[in-house]
Design a protein around this ligand. Structure first.
Ligand SMILES: O=C(O)CCC(=O)C(=O)O
Ligand SMILES: [Fe+2]
Length: 401
Protein backbone atom coordinates (compact mmCIF):
# COMPACT_ATOMS: atom_id res chain seq x y z
CA UNK A 1 0.00 0.00 0.00
CA UNK A 2 1.39 3.43 -0.88
CA UNK A 3 1.21 6.41 1.37
CA UNK A 4 -1.45 8.00 -0.83
CA UNK A 5 -3.60 4.92 -0.49
CA UNK A 6 -3.26 5.19 3.26
CA UNK A 7 -4.24 8.84 3.30
CA UNK A 8 -7.24 8.06 1.11
CA UNK A 9 -8.21 5.14 3.25
CA UNK A 10 -8.18 7.38 6.28
CA UNK A 11 -10.21 10.03 4.52
CA UNK A 12 -12.82 7.45 3.61
CA UNK A 13 -13.22 6.62 7.29
CA UNK A 14 -11.85 3.09 7.13
CA UNK A 15 -9.74 1.85 9.94
CA UNK A 16 -5.98 2.17 9.82
CA UNK A 17 -4.10 -0.77 11.31
CA UNK A 18 -0.92 -0.40 13.33
CA UNK A 19 1.22 -1.60 10.38
CA UNK A 20 -0.53 0.75 7.95
CA UNK A 21 0.15 3.66 10.28
CA UNK A 22 3.84 2.74 10.42
CA UNK A 23 3.90 2.69 6.60
CA UNK A 24 2.04 6.00 6.36
CA UNK A 25 4.55 7.63 8.73
CA UNK A 26 7.73 6.28 7.09
CA UNK A 27 8.61 9.12 4.68
CA UNK A 28 7.56 11.79 7.13
CA UNK A 29 9.66 10.21 9.89
CA UNK A 30 12.78 10.08 7.69
CA UNK A 31 12.37 13.68 6.51
CA UNK A 32 11.76 14.89 10.07
CA UNK A 33 14.91 13.22 11.34
CA UNK A 34 16.95 14.98 8.68
CA UNK A 35 15.41 18.36 9.56
CA UNK A 36 16.10 17.78 13.26
CA UNK A 37 19.77 16.89 12.67
CA UNK A 38 20.24 20.03 10.56
CA UNK A 39 19.07 22.45 13.26
CA UNK A 40 22.07 22.05 15.53
CA UNK A 41 20.38 23.08 18.78
CA UNK A 42 21.63 20.08 20.72
CA UNK A 43 24.67 18.97 22.68
CA UNK A 44 25.96 18.63 26.22
CA UNK A 45 25.24 21.29 28.83
CA UNK A 46 27.81 24.08 28.80
CA UNK A 47 28.28 26.76 31.44
CA UNK A 48 29.96 30.15 31.49
CA UNK A 49 32.75 31.10 33.94
CA UNK A 50 30.22 31.92 36.63
CA UNK A 51 28.71 28.43 36.32
CA UNK A 52 25.53 29.63 34.69
CA UNK A 53 23.98 28.16 31.55
CA UNK A 54 26.13 29.22 28.60
CA UNK A 55 24.72 32.22 26.65
CA UNK A 56 25.20 30.41 23.31
CA UNK A 57 22.85 27.69 24.47
CA UNK A 58 20.34 30.24 25.69
CA UNK A 59 20.50 32.00 22.34
CA UNK A 60 19.81 28.75 20.47
CA UNK A 61 16.94 27.98 22.85
CA UNK A 62 15.33 31.37 22.29
CA UNK A 63 15.87 31.14 18.54
CA UNK A 64 14.17 27.77 18.03
CA UNK A 65 12.07 27.45 21.21
CA UNK A 66 13.64 24.17 22.25
CA UNK A 67 16.98 22.50 22.99
CA UNK A 68 18.17 18.89 23.37
CA UNK A 69 20.72 18.46 26.19
CA UNK A 70 22.71 15.29 25.74
CA UNK A 71 23.86 13.04 28.56
CA UNK A 72 22.51 15.03 31.51
CA UNK A 73 21.15 12.23 33.70
CA UNK A 74 23.67 9.45 34.33
CA UNK A 75 23.06 5.74 33.78
CA UNK A 76 22.57 4.91 37.48
CA UNK A 77 19.90 7.54 37.83
CA UNK A 78 18.20 6.47 34.59
CA UNK A 79 18.12 2.90 35.98
CA UNK A 80 16.51 4.12 39.23
CA UNK A 81 13.96 6.14 37.28
CA UNK A 82 13.15 3.18 35.02
CA UNK A 83 12.63 0.93 38.04
CA UNK A 84 10.32 3.44 39.74
CA UNK A 85 8.32 4.20 36.58
CA UNK A 86 7.99 0.46 35.76
CA UNK A 87 6.60 -0.07 39.22
CA UNK A 88 4.23 2.89 38.95
CA UNK A 89 2.98 1.70 35.55
CA UNK A 90 2.43 -1.80 36.93
CA UNK A 91 0.42 -0.43 39.83
CA UNK A 92 -2.08 1.44 37.65
CA UNK A 93 -5.73 0.42 37.92
CA UNK A 94 -6.71 -2.17 35.31
CA UNK A 95 -9.08 0.38 33.84
CA UNK A 96 -10.46 3.81 34.64
CA UNK A 97 -11.87 3.89 38.17
CA UNK A 98 -10.84 0.31 39.07
CA UNK A 99 -9.47 -0.26 42.57
CA UNK A 100 -6.98 -2.99 41.67
CA UNK A 101 -4.03 -3.28 39.29
CA UNK A 102 -3.53 -5.99 36.66
CA UNK A 103 -2.12 -8.32 39.32
CA UNK A 104 -5.09 -7.81 41.64
CA UNK A 105 -3.17 -5.61 44.11
CA UNK A 106 -4.70 -2.33 45.30
CA UNK A 107 -3.98 0.27 42.61
CA UNK A 108 -1.56 3.01 43.58
CA UNK A 109 -2.87 6.39 44.60
CA UNK A 110 -6.52 5.78 45.46
CA UNK A 111 -5.74 7.97 48.51
CA UNK A 112 -4.11 10.78 46.48
CA UNK A 113 -6.05 14.05 46.20
CA UNK A 114 -5.41 13.95 42.45
CA UNK A 115 -5.71 10.48 40.94
CA UNK A 116 -2.27 9.66 39.54
CA UNK A 117 -3.26 7.92 36.29
CA UNK A 118 -4.85 9.02 33.09
CA UNK A 119 -5.83 5.96 31.05
CA UNK A 120 -6.77 5.91 27.36
CA UNK A 121 -7.84 3.47 24.70
CA UNK A 122 -4.74 2.12 22.92
CA UNK A 123 -3.40 4.40 20.14
CA UNK A 124 -6.15 6.95 20.74
CA UNK A 125 -6.06 10.74 21.00
CA UNK A 126 -8.02 11.74 24.12
CA UNK A 127 -7.90 15.52 23.66
CA UNK A 128 -7.75 16.48 19.98
CA UNK A 129 -10.88 18.32 18.84
CA UNK A 130 -12.35 18.41 22.37
CA UNK A 131 -12.92 21.19 24.90
CA UNK A 132 -10.49 19.59 27.38
CA UNK A 133 -7.72 21.74 28.85
CA UNK A 134 -9.16 25.00 27.58
CA UNK A 135 -9.73 23.56 24.10
CA UNK A 136 -6.07 23.96 23.37
CA UNK A 137 -5.90 20.81 21.15
CA UNK A 138 -8.20 21.88 18.29
CA UNK A 139 -7.46 19.11 15.80
CA UNK A 140 -7.85 15.35 16.15
CA UNK A 141 -4.88 13.05 15.43
CA UNK A 142 -4.98 9.85 13.40
CA UNK A 143 -6.18 6.99 15.62
CA UNK A 144 -4.92 3.66 14.30
CA UNK A 145 -6.46 0.41 15.53
CA UNK A 146 -4.35 -1.57 17.98
CA UNK A 147 -3.41 -5.17 17.24
CA UNK A 148 -5.74 -7.91 18.46
CA UNK A 149 -5.30 -8.76 22.12
CA UNK A 150 -4.48 -5.20 23.22
CA UNK A 151 -5.91 -4.15 26.61
CA UNK A 152 -9.01 -1.92 26.67
CA UNK A 153 -7.09 0.89 28.33
CA UNK A 154 -3.46 1.78 28.85
CA UNK A 155 -1.59 4.28 31.00
CA UNK A 156 -1.13 7.58 29.15
CA UNK A 157 -0.06 10.01 31.86
CA UNK A 158 1.05 9.60 35.46
CA UNK A 159 0.72 12.50 37.91
CA UNK A 160 2.26 13.18 41.32
CA UNK A 161 5.72 11.80 40.54
CA UNK A 162 7.44 13.56 43.47
CA UNK A 163 5.07 11.76 45.86
CA UNK A 164 4.84 8.43 44.07
CA UNK A 165 8.46 7.82 43.03
CA UNK A 166 11.53 8.47 45.22
CA UNK A 167 13.79 8.64 42.14
CA UNK A 168 11.55 11.28 40.57
CA UNK A 169 11.65 13.47 43.69
CA UNK A 170 15.45 13.29 43.57
CA UNK A 171 15.43 14.13 39.86
CA UNK A 172 13.42 17.26 40.70
CA UNK A 173 16.48 18.45 42.64
CA UNK A 174 19.02 17.73 39.86
CA UNK A 175 21.61 20.55 39.96
CA UNK A 176 22.15 20.71 36.20
CA UNK A 177 18.44 20.83 35.45
CA UNK A 178 17.89 23.53 38.04
CA UNK A 179 20.83 25.52 36.61
CA UNK A 180 19.11 25.40 33.22
CA UNK A 181 15.83 26.52 34.83
CA UNK A 182 17.59 29.47 36.49
CA UNK A 183 19.25 30.38 33.20
CA UNK A 184 15.96 30.52 31.34
CA UNK A 185 13.56 31.83 34.01
CA UNK A 186 15.84 33.68 36.46
CA UNK A 187 17.23 32.69 39.86
CA UNK A 188 13.83 33.09 41.52
CA UNK A 189 12.18 30.63 39.10
CA UNK A 190 9.15 28.68 40.32
CA UNK A 191 7.60 25.29 39.50
CA UNK A 192 4.73 24.61 37.13
CA UNK A 193 3.53 20.97 37.24
CA UNK A 194 4.72 17.52 36.22
CA UNK A 195 3.45 14.47 34.36
CA UNK A 196 5.10 11.29 33.11
CA UNK A 197 4.12 10.54 29.50
CA UNK A 198 4.03 6.79 28.87
CA UNK A 199 3.92 5.55 25.30
CA UNK A 200 4.08 1.77 25.24
CA UNK A 201 4.94 0.15 21.90
CA UNK A 202 1.86 -0.47 19.79
CA UNK A 203 -0.38 1.01 22.50
CA UNK A 204 0.61 4.54 23.51
CA UNK A 205 -1.86 7.30 22.60
CA UNK A 206 -1.14 10.48 20.66
CA UNK A 207 -0.97 14.06 21.94
CA UNK A 208 -2.73 16.39 19.52
CA UNK A 209 -0.88 19.49 18.31
CA UNK A 210 -1.10 22.27 20.86
CA UNK A 211 0.59 25.15 22.66
CA UNK A 212 0.71 24.70 26.42
CA UNK A 213 0.21 28.20 27.77
CA UNK A 214 -3.34 29.48 28.15
CA UNK A 215 -3.16 32.53 30.40
CA UNK A 216 -1.02 35.34 29.03
CA UNK A 217 -1.71 35.43 25.27
CA UNK A 218 -3.46 38.80 25.47
CA UNK A 219 -1.26 40.23 28.20
CA UNK A 220 0.47 43.58 27.57
CA UNK A 221 3.55 41.92 29.07
CA UNK A 222 3.41 39.02 26.61
CA UNK A 223 6.75 37.81 25.28
CA UNK A 224 8.27 34.57 24.06
CA UNK A 225 9.12 33.33 27.56
CA UNK A 226 6.05 34.31 29.56
CA UNK A 227 4.51 30.79 29.73
CA UNK A 228 7.73 29.09 30.88
CA UNK A 229 9.12 25.79 29.61
CA UNK A 230 8.94 22.02 30.15
CA UNK A 231 11.76 19.58 30.69
CA UNK A 232 11.43 16.06 29.39
CA UNK A 233 13.91 13.58 30.82
CA UNK A 234 14.04 10.61 28.48
CA UNK A 235 14.41 7.17 30.06
CA UNK A 236 14.67 5.35 26.70
CA UNK A 237 15.86 6.27 23.22
CA UNK A 238 13.24 8.45 21.55
CA UNK A 239 12.68 8.24 17.81
CA UNK A 240 10.76 10.23 15.26
CA UNK A 241 8.07 7.54 15.43
CA UNK A 242 7.46 7.64 19.19
CA UNK A 243 8.90 11.03 20.16
CA UNK A 244 7.63 14.53 20.68
CA UNK A 245 7.54 16.81 17.61
CA UNK A 246 7.73 20.60 17.66
CA UNK A 247 7.25 23.39 15.12
CA UNK A 248 10.41 25.49 15.61
CA UNK A 249 9.99 29.22 16.18
CA UNK A 250 6.26 29.16 17.00
CA UNK A 251 6.94 30.32 20.57
CA UNK A 252 7.47 33.80 19.08
CA UNK A 253 4.40 34.16 16.93
CA UNK A 254 1.58 34.31 19.47
CA UNK A 255 -1.37 31.95 19.40
CA UNK A 256 -1.16 29.73 16.34
CA UNK A 257 -4.27 28.66 14.41
CA UNK A 258 -3.58 24.93 14.59
CA UNK A 259 -6.83 23.94 12.88
CA UNK A 260 -5.72 26.04 9.92
CA UNK A 261 -2.20 24.54 9.93
CA UNK A 262 -3.71 21.07 9.59
CA UNK A 263 -6.24 22.24 6.98
CA UNK A 264 -3.44 23.83 4.95
CA UNK A 265 -1.70 20.44 5.09
CA UNK A 266 -4.60 18.69 3.34
CA UNK A 267 -6.09 17.67 6.69
CA UNK A 268 -3.07 15.56 7.60
CA UNK A 269 -1.59 15.71 11.09
CA UNK A 270 1.90 15.13 9.65
CA UNK A 271 2.93 18.80 9.61
CA UNK A 272 5.85 19.35 7.23
CA UNK A 273 7.30 22.20 9.36
CA UNK A 274 7.66 19.96 12.42
CA UNK A 275 10.79 18.26 13.74
CA UNK A 276 11.11 15.35 16.17
CA UNK A 277 13.13 15.53 19.40
CA UNK A 278 15.64 12.68 19.05
CA UNK A 279 17.15 11.54 22.34
CA UNK A 280 19.20 8.84 23.98
CA UNK A 281 18.42 7.66 27.52
CA UNK A 282 19.48 10.39 29.95
CA UNK A 283 19.08 13.20 27.42
CA UNK A 284 16.83 16.05 28.47
CA UNK A 285 14.80 18.36 26.26
CA UNK A 286 13.68 21.87 27.05
CA UNK A 287 10.55 22.93 25.17
CA UNK A 288 9.05 26.41 25.40
CA UNK A 289 5.40 26.06 26.44
CA UNK A 290 4.34 28.38 23.61
CA UNK A 291 5.89 26.16 20.96
CA UNK A 292 3.41 24.15 18.84
CA UNK A 293 4.06 20.50 19.75
CA UNK A 294 2.48 17.07 19.68
CA UNK A 295 3.13 13.37 19.24
CA UNK A 296 1.67 10.53 17.23
CA UNK A 297 0.11 7.26 18.31
CA UNK A 298 3.04 4.98 19.14
CA UNK A 299 2.70 2.29 16.50
CA UNK A 300 6.48 1.70 16.71
CA UNK A 301 8.31 -1.12 18.51
CA UNK A 302 9.88 1.23 21.06
CA UNK A 303 8.62 2.46 24.40
CA UNK A 304 8.87 6.13 25.35
CA UNK A 305 8.76 7.29 28.95
CA UNK A 306 9.21 11.06 29.27
CA UNK A 307 9.48 12.48 32.76
CA UNK A 308 8.02 15.92 32.17
CA UNK A 309 8.14 18.89 34.53
CA UNK A 310 8.10 22.61 33.97
CA UNK A 311 9.21 25.90 35.45
CA UNK A 312 8.08 29.51 35.21
CA UNK A 313 9.38 32.96 35.79
CA UNK A 314 8.08 34.12 39.17
CA UNK A 315 6.56 37.21 37.53
CA UNK A 316 4.45 35.00 35.24
CA UNK A 317 2.54 33.48 38.18
CA UNK A 318 2.65 35.97 41.07
CA UNK A 319 -0.81 37.51 41.52
CA UNK A 320 -2.12 35.59 38.53
CA UNK A 321 -5.22 33.41 38.55
CA UNK A 322 -4.39 29.89 37.39
CA UNK A 323 -6.51 28.56 34.57
CA UNK A 324 -5.25 25.18 33.59
CA UNK A 325 -6.64 22.21 35.46
CA UNK A 326 -5.10 18.87 34.52
CA UNK A 327 -6.97 16.29 36.51
CA UNK A 328 -7.78 12.86 35.14
CA UNK A 329 -11.39 13.17 36.20
CA UNK A 330 -11.86 16.78 35.25
CA UNK A 331 -10.13 18.16 32.20
CA UNK A 332 -12.24 21.28 32.20
CA UNK A 333 -10.76 24.72 31.93
CA UNK A 334 -11.37 25.90 35.44
CA UNK A 335 -10.78 29.32 36.92
CA UNK A 336 -8.28 28.37 39.61
CA UNK A 337 -6.81 30.12 42.62
CA UNK A 338 -4.92 33.38 42.58
CA UNK A 339 -1.27 32.54 43.14
CA UNK A 340 -0.04 34.61 46.07
CA UNK A 341 3.39 34.55 47.76
CA UNK A 342 2.35 31.80 50.17
CA UNK A 343 1.02 29.51 47.48
CA UNK A 344 4.15 30.00 45.41
CA UNK A 345 6.37 29.39 48.43
CA UNK A 346 4.50 26.19 49.40
CA UNK A 347 4.81 24.76 45.92
CA UNK A 348 8.42 25.90 45.49
CA UNK A 349 9.31 24.07 48.72
CA UNK A 350 9.05 20.85 46.69
CA UNK A 351 12.22 21.95 44.90
CA UNK A 352 13.98 22.63 48.20
CA UNK A 353 12.94 19.26 49.68
CA UNK A 354 13.94 17.52 46.44
CA UNK A 355 17.40 19.08 46.61
CA UNK A 356 17.87 17.66 50.09
CA UNK A 357 16.45 14.23 49.17
CA UNK A 358 18.98 14.14 46.36
CA UNK A 359 21.80 15.25 48.63
CA UNK A 360 21.02 12.44 51.10
CA UNK A 361 21.23 9.95 48.22
CA UNK A 362 24.22 11.46 46.37
CA UNK A 363 26.46 13.04 48.93
CA UNK A 364 29.34 13.44 46.44
CA UNK A 365 27.40 15.89 44.26
CA UNK A 366 27.32 19.65 44.91
CA UNK A 367 23.68 20.48 45.65
CA UNK A 368 21.93 23.24 43.73
CA UNK A 369 21.42 26.42 45.73
CA UNK A 370 17.82 27.48 45.14
CA UNK A 371 17.74 31.21 45.75
CA UNK A 372 14.15 31.55 47.10
CA UNK A 373 15.08 29.14 49.93
CA UNK A 374 18.60 30.43 50.58
CA UNK A 375 19.14 30.56 54.34
CA UNK A 376 15.98 28.50 54.97
CA UNK A 377 17.40 25.13 53.96
CA UNK A 378 16.96 23.75 57.50
CA UNK A 379 13.19 24.17 57.09
CA UNK A 380 13.01 21.88 54.09
CA UNK A 381 15.08 18.84 55.02
CA UNK A 382 13.80 15.65 53.45
CA UNK A 383 12.20 13.32 56.02
CA UNK A 384 8.83 11.88 57.04
CA UNK A 385 7.54 15.13 58.54
CA UNK A 386 8.37 17.32 55.56
CA UNK A 387 7.12 14.62 53.23
CA UNK A 388 3.71 15.03 54.86
CA UNK A 389 3.99 18.78 54.93
CA UNK A 390 5.32 19.57 51.45
CA UNK A 391 5.22 16.48 49.26
CA UNK A 392 1.91 14.71 49.99
CA UNK A 393 -0.61 16.03 47.46
CA UNK A 394 1.84 18.76 46.42
CA UNK A 395 0.30 18.76 42.97
CA UNK A 396 -2.89 20.30 44.32
CA UNK A 397 -0.67 23.40 44.60
CA UNK A 398 0.67 23.38 41.02
CA UNK A 399 1.14 26.77 39.39
CA UNK A 400 -0.61 26.12 36.12
CA UNK A 401 -0.93 28.91 33.60
O1 LIG B 1 5.44 14.01 25.24
C1 LIG B 1 4.40 14.21 24.60
O2 LIG B 1 4.00 13.44 23.75
C2 LIG B 1 3.61 15.46 24.90
C3 LIG B 1 4.33 16.40 25.81
C4 LIG B 1 3.64 17.68 26.04
O3 LIG B 1 2.62 18.00 25.52
C5 LIG B 1 4.25 18.62 27.00
O4 LIG B 1 5.32 18.32 27.54
O5 LIG B 1 3.68 19.69 27.22
FE1 LIG C 1 2.18 20.10 25.89
Amino acid sequence: MTMNDVVEQRASGDELSRDEHVAAMADFVAAGEARARALGNRGPVRRDEAGRLHPDILAAYWQHGFYVFEGVVDADEVAELRADTDEMIARAPVRRGAHVDAQGRPALGRDYAIQPYLMVRPLSDPWGGTKALGGRHPSKMTEPTADAGAPDEVVYLMFGMCQAMPAALRLYGHPTLLTIAAGINGDDFVPYNDAVFVKQPGLGGSVAWHQDGITHWESPEWDEGIHGFNFQVQLYRTTAANGLWVVPGTHKTGRVDIKQLVADNGGSDRLPQAVPLLCEPGDVTVVNRQLVHGSFANTSEDIRVSVTFGFHRRASVLGVRGKLSIKPDDLSWSEGDVYDEKRIDDRSAVIAVAIDARHQHRSDEVPFRYQPFAGREHETRFGPENFERYIRDYNTRDLAI
